[in-house]
Every structure is written in structure tokens, then in C-alpha cells.
Design a protein around this ligand. Structure first.
Ligand code: FDA
Length: 305
């Protein structure tokens, strides 16, 4: 219930102004966001690398219908990748892109072009791009753009949200050689006509999707902090003869850091999703919505405790 209210608030301009303007908010945001500038995110990446973790970096920003803002987001990604190039991190530092932030809602062709420019910059680093998945109305367009990008940049990946009824079919279509699929539960408020609503149903759907990906020929990216699903993914990897380099785990910056390091210590590839930038509001509200304890943490910080 609280989660639904927070997800609704993530789309409200009024709440955005109130939350963003509150000075102590910043303190809590820092737990989930690696900074506002490229030097700050660069330092965070180096800290994570020193702990044996890989990263996928997200320049924060959500839907824009402004061509200038879309171009600016693409430029920011390219500048980030150029800044990271001398570090020679290769596939250990990829980027995650929200197509809505590079103009998908305005013009699919524009989003494709911007995504292509970002893929080229990532490829110059020996790395790749993963497309985030947003609300259900964008899935077909995102998968069309993915198909186009993969012609030139075959290691481009995509996130698939287990909560959508359609996702098992999408996983089947994507479980082919060379395909990188990040499986997530799903973080948006979706209607019952398109998505499972209960936690139990979402978890079961996650396992069904995971089985398809693990049995397939692609590279599954198991993006969850849920211990039960991590254990199931180990069993499935075993069953389908996958060794540790044949799939990876992904978790969010600031969430279950101990677990991230333990999995990496056990020889798994663990990639941390590292968001940075000043447009953190929507991302931050989705993280609060996922876990009531985060709201308590937020309120305690606001109370100065
Ligand atoms: P669940 O929410 O059930 O959490 C399991 C446990 O993990 C909790 O009990 C808690 O201990 C811990 N936990 C989870 N979230 C926490 C938080 N915010 N703070 C503290 N503890 C927390 N979604 C989407 O729709 N499109 C996308 O492209 C992506 N991309 C993406 C990339 C990566 C790398 C990750 C890890 C996640 C996403 N997501 C996403 C978000 C995803 O859909 C989902 O909302 C979150 O991962 C939370 O779901 P869990 O699978 O962790 O399970």
C-alpha cells in the first residue's frame, strides 16, 4: 500500500518539489546515488572495482519530450564513457540507458540514434550498453530499438520485467546466442490487466523467466537482492550446466552491499547498478517504494536522528 503511494508520488510534480527542496533529503539520496558529477561517479566506480565488483552506470534522468534534453543526455553518457576510457575497465564498466531519457516518447528514431551514439562510445571502451525497461507501454518500442542496435552492437543488453504477463514470451524470444538479458522483478506501477500484482505471483513469474533464460543460449543477468531467487538461480545454473562466467548477478548501488561483496568473493561476476546525476527524484522514490524500511530510514534522517 505504502509502496503504491510512493510510486504514485514518483510521478507528482508537487511532491517532487517538496522532497527535492528539503535540505536533509540529500543525505538519504546519497545512499542510493553515487554523486552528481562525473568525478564523483568515477571515484565510486574505482571503489567498487577495488572491492571486486563490476558496474553498469546510469546517468539519471527519465522521460523527456524535449529534443535538446534528449541530446544532452546522450552527450552526458558519451562524456562519461570518454572519461572512463583511460581506466581501461572494458566490460567491467558498462552503462545502462533509459530510452525515454533520450527521446523515445518524442520520436523512436531519435532515441535509436542517440542510443547508437552511446553504444559506439561504449564499444570504444571495449564495453556495452544495457537498455533499462520502463513502463509497459514502452516495451515493444524498446525491443524494436534493441533489435536495431544489436545489428551493429550485438552485445547490447536489455532488462526484462518478470511482473509483466508477456515477459515469459519475451524471454523465450531473447534466449538466443549472444543475447544479454537482465531479469528484474519490475519497479513501475502497472495495471492488473498487464502485470502480476502480488509479490508471490511476481516471484513465481521471475523463476519461470529465469528458467527460460538459464536453459537458453544467451547470457542471463540475474538482477535481484532476493536471497531465495539467488539460491534458485544457483540451482538452475547447475541444472543447465552453466559455470560462473556464463551468467552474472546484478544489484543496486547502496542495496545489500555485504551480499554483493560475498557473491563476488565466491567467484561470481557481480555488477552494481550505479546511478549518478542531479535528476535523482524518480529513481529515489522507486527505491523507497521497494522497501518500507527505507522510508523509516528516510524519516529518521529527516528528523536528524
Ligand atoms: P525485493 O524487492 O523482493 O527485495 C528482496 C530483498 O532485497 C528485500 O527484502 C531487501 O532485503 C532487499 N531490497 C530490495 N530492494 C531494496 C531497496 N531499495 N533498499 C534496501 N533493500 C532492498 N526495474 C525496472 O522496472 N526496470 C529496470 O530496467 C530495472 N533495472 C534494474 C537493474 C538492476 C541491476 C537491479 C538490481 C534492479 C533493477 N530494477 C529495474 C528494479 C527491480 O525491478 C526491483 O524493483 C528491485 O530490484 C527490487 O526487487 P528485488 O528483486 O531486489 O526483490
Amino acid at each position: 500500500m505504502l509502496g503504491q503511494v510512493l510510486l504514485a508520488a514518483s510521478g507528482s510534480r508537487l511532491v517532487r518539489r517538496a522532497v527535492s527542496g528539503f535540505p536533509l533529503t540529500r543525505k538519504v539520496v546519497d545512499r542510493f546515488v553515487a554523486g552528481e558529477s562525473v568525478p564523483e561517479v568515477r571515484d565510486a566506480i574505482l571503489r567498487l572495482r577495488a572491492a571486486g565488483l563490476s558496474v553498469t552506470v546510469d546517468h539519471l534522468g527519465e522521460e523527456t519530450r524535449d529534443a535538446g534534453a534528449a541530446a544532452a543526455t546522450a552527450k552526458a553518457y558519451i562524456a562519461l564513457l570518454e572519461e572512463l576510457r583511460p581506466l581501461r575497465l572494458g566490460t567491467a564498466a558498462e552503462v545502462s540507458v533509459k530510452l525515454s531519457a533520450v527521446g523515445q516518447a518524442l520520436d523512436e528514431g531519435m532515441a535509436l540514434e542517440h542510443a547508437r551514439e552511446i553504444c559506439a562510445a561504449a564499444a570504444a571502451n571495449g564495453s556495452a550498453v544495457t537498455l533499462d525497461m520502463e513502463d509497459h507501454t514502452t516495451v515493444d518500442s524498446t525491443l524494436r530499438i534493441l533489435r536495431e542496435l544489436r545489428r551493429e552492437y550485438p552485445s547490447t543488453g536489455v532488462a526484462i520485467q518478470a511482473y509483466l504477463f508477456r515477459s515469459e514470451d519475451d524471454c523465450r524470444a531473447l534466449a538466443h546466442e549472444g543475447s544479454r538479458v537482465r531479469l528484474v522483478k519490475g519497479a513501475y506501477r502497472e495495471p492488473a490487466s498487464v502485470a502480476h500484482q502480488s509479490r508471490a505471483a511476481v516471484d513465481k513469474a521471475y523463476v519461470r523467466c529465469l528458467r527460460i533464460l538459464m536453459a537458453g543460449k544467451g547470457y542471463p543477468m540475474v538482477a535481484t537482492h532476493d536471497d531465495r531467487l539467488i539460491s534458485i538461480s544457483e540451482l538452475l545454473a547447475d541444472r543447465y550446466g552453466r559455470s560462473r562466467g556464463d551468467y552474472e548477478y546484478q544489484m543496486l548501488y547502496g542495496v545489500r552491499t555485504d551480499r554483493q561483496e560475498a557473491l563476488a568473493g565466491a567467484g561470481h561476476t557481480v555488477r552494481v547498478y550505479v546511478p549518478y546525476g542531479d535528476d535523482w527524484y524518480g529513481y529515489f522514490m522507486r527505491r523507497l517504494a521497494e522497501r518500507p524500511a527505507n522510508v523509516a530510514f528516510f524519516l529518521r534522517a529527516l528528523g536528524g536522528k
